[in-house]
Design a protein around this ligand. Sequence first.
Ligand code: NAD
Length: 292
Amino acid sequence: MAQILDGLKISGEIKLEIKTEVEKIIASGKRPPHLAAILVGENGASKAYVNSKVKDCAELGFKSSLIKFPETASETELLEKIGELNRNPEIDGFIVQLPLPKQIDQEKIIMAIDPKKDVDGFHPENFGKMALEMEAFLPATPFGILTLLERYHISTEGKHCVVIGRSRIVGKPMSILMSRKGFPGNSTVTLTHSHTEHLEKYTQDADIVITALGNPYFLKGEMIKTGAVVIDVGISRVADDSEKGYRLAGDVDFESCAEKASWITPVPGGVGPMTRAMLMKNTLLAYHSEKR
Ligand code: NAD
């Protein structure tokens, strides 16, 4: 039976480390780190994500600014605001919550963010630096997974790591990070996606499987080998009889995989809280990089 990679516990430790550092910063008479978030429109999930980021800031002693635009906002308006945030020395980092409404070109928006303030790590400059093993902001979810592997001393060197999903924010950067030099890293990586044939051929050979596809209970026990480490990034809503009418489901069929795996992340309580903690960590890094 697998042991749990407890993202709630480790994210709690990281948040405590950050909070302690912020308390010291404030005690020394300096201003706290400041994260800004731009939210466009009324997307329920986006609102919930941004609100949780604002809450995390308050909990850790950061200053936060939430900048809201209506669904009809223009690209120009958004670019102007990004320019302001780029120039504002009191703001260490900011995020633009995705997805954006159709009239706004997401690429243009990401490109407009000053890479030094790009705490989501989405700007191509940060992505390129990450790939080249230079110092960069790492996207929060892959950063969270690396940290989880690190804190549990999960061996990655020479291991076969199979990543399912090639999104810009999770799968693709994750595959690069696992193949980089050092720990966690030095893995032999297979990046799989919706066009991969006979996926189980790869997952059955994997020492580490990272699922980021958004397909509830996709990875079954019969698809992994005994002793594999299973990291579940997926978060989907699955209808049920509860009061809320749904529950959160990962990409992993936890029951059958936990029987064979050596380590496994739960959903909720695995990668999700790590992602939140790492955005705060990136903001603190941004604060220090400019300092002052
Ligand atoms: P996405 O939706 O942008 O892309 C999904 C990827 O999965 C694609 O590359 C696609 O090729 C691949 N895919 C789809 N079906 C497949 C199949 N049958 N076999 C193999 N590959 C397949 O992905 P995303 O934005 O990375 O999100 C993935 C999931 O992770 C979602 O459930 C999302 O909610 C969740 N997520 C969680 C966190 C977190 O903090 N836990 C963060 C980001 C995303």
